[in-house]
Design a protein around this ligand. Structure first.
Ligand SMILES: Cc1cc2nc3c(=O)[nH]c(=O)nc-3n(C[C@H](O)[C@H](O)[C@H](O)COP(=O)(O)O)c2cc1C
Length: 172
């Protein structure tokens, strides 16, 4: 089920000490959603289970940010990211997400787990212009190579600051 949602310029804030939790299979289809996820995203459990996690993808998020997430996860590593999400009612909410691969006893990745909390306003203020620039770059290029260009911008920006992606994300 694909929803046509009009993104509104209205923020819904995740309460302090509330954690949004979800699990997915290897393809990013939701297999578990906690109550706070449903409350924030305004979807029922029935609407969420079995569907792609991009159901809450916000148009302000650059594709390059998600490529980075998936590249890190498929390498077997955890990843941290600030994500602007789109609720079913059109409102948006920012989260600071940690996503980790789930493994079976023999070490194979069986799916992914994400826990998110409310980000500090200073962190959103730091990441928002970076995402905006990445999105602008993506809009200027063909779908085929837009992610390469936007990730190059991110890498160049981090290099000029002398920090890794993780140092930047955990430091803002
Ligand atoms: C465990 C897990 C949690 C995710 N959480 C989110 C999320 O909160 N918001 C989001 O937009 N994408 C999330 N994603 C990434 C989506 O699967 C997807 O890559 C992203 O929304 C971009 O959509 P697209 O690949 O169709 O462009 C998550 C992926 C995984 C594996």
């Amino acid at each position: 089920m694909k929803y046509q949602i009009q993104a509104l310029d209205i923020e819904r804030k995740l309460p302090d000490n509330s954690y949004i939790v979800s699990k997915t299979d290897l393809k990013g289809r939701i297999t578990y959603a906690n109550r706070i996820f449903m409350d924030m995203a305004k979807y029922t459990e029935k609407e969420l289970l079995g569907v792609q996690h991009n159901i809450i993808r916000h148009p302000d998020m650059p594709r390059g940010a998600f490529k980075l997430v998936w590249d890190t996860l498929s390498g077997g590593n955890e990843v941290f990211a600030y994500v602007k999400n789109l609720a079913k009612d059109g409102q948006y909410y920012w989260v600071f997400a940690n996503i980790t691969p789930d493994h079976d006893p023999s070490g194979h990745i069986t799916g992914y787990l994400s826990v998110r909390r409310k980000p500090r306003p200073e962190a959103i203020a730091a990441i928002e212009p970076v995402y905006q620039k990445m999105l602008d770059i993506e809009k200027q290029h063909h779908a085929r190579d837009q992610m390469d260009y936007s990730i190059n911008y991110l890498v160049d920006t981090l290099n000029s600051m002398g920090v890794s992606y993780e140092e930047f994300i955990l430091g803002i």
